[in-house]
Ligand binder design. Structure first.
Ligand code: ADP
Ligand code: ZN
Ligand code: ZN
Length: 678
């Protein structure tokens, strides 16, 4: 950390770098590091805030952003260089970075860390040809747009009339034409020189989207995500930084691109939990997107068939505009849903396909149609038990069972692996059995039942790369696969005209998660996966296997009455003052020793009352400490405190936390607006 001293007169006596441009100047620089404050450097001449610079921290060089003059000067000033050939960061973008860092109580450099994945401005391509390609404007050449149906047209007209910030929920089932609505907005925005950001939850799911965009606009969108090749990364970053009117399709990290003139932000599948960054810089992509749009005075469009309860609530109160696309485009019908009560349809001990589902699958095979089996757990089996002594194989580092993946057994939390044992490590009996379904064991079962069927698995084990998933999707589209078995990654985006049956193997799994949002999540997941069936001319059917057929979420799914279910869930939240009726903030303490970690958490909890005294009408409450849902991960014990309040009070929270110094080996993670309880 820098030592603070009164400003010495030394600055003006420093050697001048460029006579013409003025004298050396000290500035605070935002660096792409998780440091608690900005760093002060000496620049050869004064520059406007937002100017890109190159600095040294320790032995490494980084790109950073010059902000304002320091209030105090450190004794020794390190020199920094000005990056001359990259346009300065727009003040709105800089303000947005600062806002997100402050709001999430994160280090000021975190947003920049996201904007510069390699801690440097992406280097321009080396070859002349690639450089030239970057000099050519990115320009759309629109094919004839479809004729919009009345609901789409109304939505487009209303959105087009907006030229200031406003958040809109674009609400319609999968296939109702939401994408066409925001596509229709693009040409005018680009013509007006605006930049557009379209966020999607999982970039692995976008090849079809990109093809569709290309077919419609004659050019692929610029993309942005963490696994981008260097050339594509440079192209997107520099085009955006130069202020070119472009469309960026990105994962949540695209929020921090150096926009110069943003005119629209779209958040597709806005309910998706993966918008929330799970560790370190815990921002919520959707919420940050709304703030980004607000800073630019641009509309924010949140699209979903199953909005988050928060968004649904704000659309209901009028805080957000609510635009509804009521039907699937072109009269494609919604699939019919049926529950299979597993209590009445027992399968053989180690099988997971109940008879009604098998029959429905057979019919699809006979008719040359396709089946999707959804099971949100990769691997063979989530549990390995010795049937002689009852020993269970647990991860040595986590409170979690090991999952069998063929010859290997893995922990899904820390990545621990060991060979799958043939004999029990405790009693040496050969009676080790794998229990519970996984995508791989399900595929084996399906192959046994339907020996001639062509079966494929799509999960993060088999389709680790975007290309692999795209390949699989093409094979499906070309009807080279009869049965596709997969996890969550199959639930979105793909248009498969011959897919007419969806089987949900274990609908209870995500319900059993023990999280307050479990019912909402399960509903969203199942509605989404159901949307895969029968999107074209052929009618679709969805069979859901459950032990719990009376759960309200199934009633909502079967009747299609989403809003009643949402209303009930919101009532529950209201009762408990949960978001959107109040705000929450989670603190997680973790340490290598269980007891010390708990003690530290208790201490922090004890000082809470001093900073948030109980008063009439100020129901700020502290819950916990309680062990996290999975108490131990990677050998660290985790305890949580939850603050619930009518509104955030960042300043007071900071005072409270700073008042209670933690033992050095205890780590504290702050999670504003947490969305999960682990
Ligand atoms: P969503 O985004 O709500 O899932 P899409 O915009 O992807 O829906 O539309 C579903 C399908 O219907 C797509 O193949 C799309 O091209 C087509 N479609 C949507 N609206 C129209 C329209 N007005 N005219 C012709 N085709 C349309
Ligand atoms: Zn044993
Ligand atoms: Zn583990």
């Amino acid at each position: 950390m820098k030592s603070l001293q009164p400003a010495p007169p030394a600055v003006s006596q420093m050697p001048k770098a460029g006579d013409v441009q003025g004298s050396p100047t000290a500035v605070d620089v935002m660096v792409p590091l998780a440091l608690p404050q900005l760093l002060t450097y000496l620049l050869p001449y004064p520059v406007p805030a937002g100017t890109w610079v190159e600095v040294q921290v320790g032995t490494k060089t980084y790109n950073g952003i010059a902000t304002t003059a320091p209030s105090l000067l450190p004794q020794k000033l390190k020199q920094a260089k000005v990056v001359e050939d990259v346009p300065a960061l727009h003040p709105t973008t800089l303000a947005f970075y600062r806002w997100v860092a402050r709001y999430t109580l994160s280090a000021p450099g975190e947003p920049l860390r996201v904007a510069l994945p390699k801690a440097h401005i992406p280097p321009l391509p080396k070859t002349a040809k690639a450089q030239k390609a970057l000099e050519t404007p990115w320009k759309i050449n629109e094919a004839t747009p479809p004729t919009l149906n009345p609901a789409q047209k109304e939505a487009v007209d209303l959105l087009q009339a907006e030229d200031t910030f406003k958040t809109t929920l674009l609400d319609g089932v999968t296939g109702s034409g939401k994408t066409e609505v925001y596509f229709a907005l693009l040409p005018k925005l680009l013509e007006a020189g605006k930049q557009v950001l379209i966020l999607v939850p999982e970039i692995a799911l976008t090849p079809q989207w990109i093809d569709r965009f290309g077919a419609r606009f004659g050019v692929p969108p610029l993309v942005w995500h963490s696994n981008l090749a260097a050339g594509a990364r440079a192209a997107t970053w520099h085009r955006v930084a130069r202020g070119e009117p472009v469309v960026v399709l990105g994962a949540r990290s695209a929020l921090f691109l150096p926009f110069q003139n943003l005119g629209l932000v779209v958040v597709d599948e806005e309910h998706d939990p993966s918008y929330k960054q799970g560790e370190a810089f815990r921002y919520h992509g959707r919420d940050a997107a709304i703030q980004l749009a607000r800073s630019w005075g641009a509309p924010a469009v949140l699209a979903s068939a199953t909005p988050s309860l928060e968004t649904f609530h704000h659309a209901g109160t009028g805080k957000y505009q609510h635009l509804i696309l009521p039907t699937r485009h072109g009269g494609a019908t919604m699939p019919t849903l049926r529950l299979i009560n597993l209590k009445e349809n027992k399968t053989d001990a180690r099988d997971y396909l109940a008879t009604p589902l098998r029959e429905a699958m057979q019919k699809r095979l006979d008719d040359g149609q396709q089946t999707l089996l959804f099971l949100n757990r990769r691997g063979n089996a989530p549990l390995l038990l010795c049937t002689s002594c009852g020993t269970r194989r647990d991860c040595p580092n986590c409170d979690a069972t090991l999952v069998v993946h063929g010859d290997e057994t893995r922990c899904h939390h820390c990545g621990y692996r060991e060979p799958t044992p043939d004999i029990c490590p405790s009693c040496e009996s050969p009676d080790m059995r794998a229990y519970g379904p996984g995508t791989r064991s399900l595929a084996q079962e399906a192959q046994r039942v339907f020996p001639n069927a062509r079966i494929a698995v799509a999960d993060s084990d088999t389709t680790g790369t975007t290309g692999k998933l795209a390949e699989l999707m093409n094979e499906l589209a070309e009807q080279k696969i009869d049965i596709i078995i997969g996890t969550q990654m199959l639930t979105k985006g793909h248009h498969l005209p011959h897919l007419t049956l969806v089987g949900v193997i274990d609908a209870d799994m995500s319900l059993a998660h023990g999280d307050a949002r479990a019912a909402e999540r399960t509903y969203q997941l199942l509605a989404q996966v159901a949307g895969r069936a029968g999107r074209a001319k052929l009618a679709g059917e969805v069979l859901i296997q459950t032990f719990n057929p009376t759960h309200p979420l199934f009633k909502a799914l079967l009747s299609g009455d989403r809003d009643t279910f949402y209303g009930e869930e919101l009532e529950n939240r209201k009762t408990f003052g949960d978001p959107p009726f109040g705000r929450a903030l989670a603190l997680q303490l973790s340490g290598l020793e269980d007891n010390l970690t708990l003690q530290a958490a208790r201490q922090l909890a004890q000082s809470f009352a001093h900073y948030f005294p109980k008063k009439e009408g100020t129901p700020t409450v502290l819950l916990g400490p309680a062990p996290a849902l999975i108490k131990k991960i990677r050998n660290r014990y985790r305890y949580r405190l939850l603050v619930k309040a009518p509104a955030h009070n960042h300043a007071q929270i900071l005072k409270w936390i700073e008042s209670t110094p933690l033992p050095k080996n205890i780590r504290l993670d702050i999670d504003i607006d947490p969305v999960s309880e682990s």
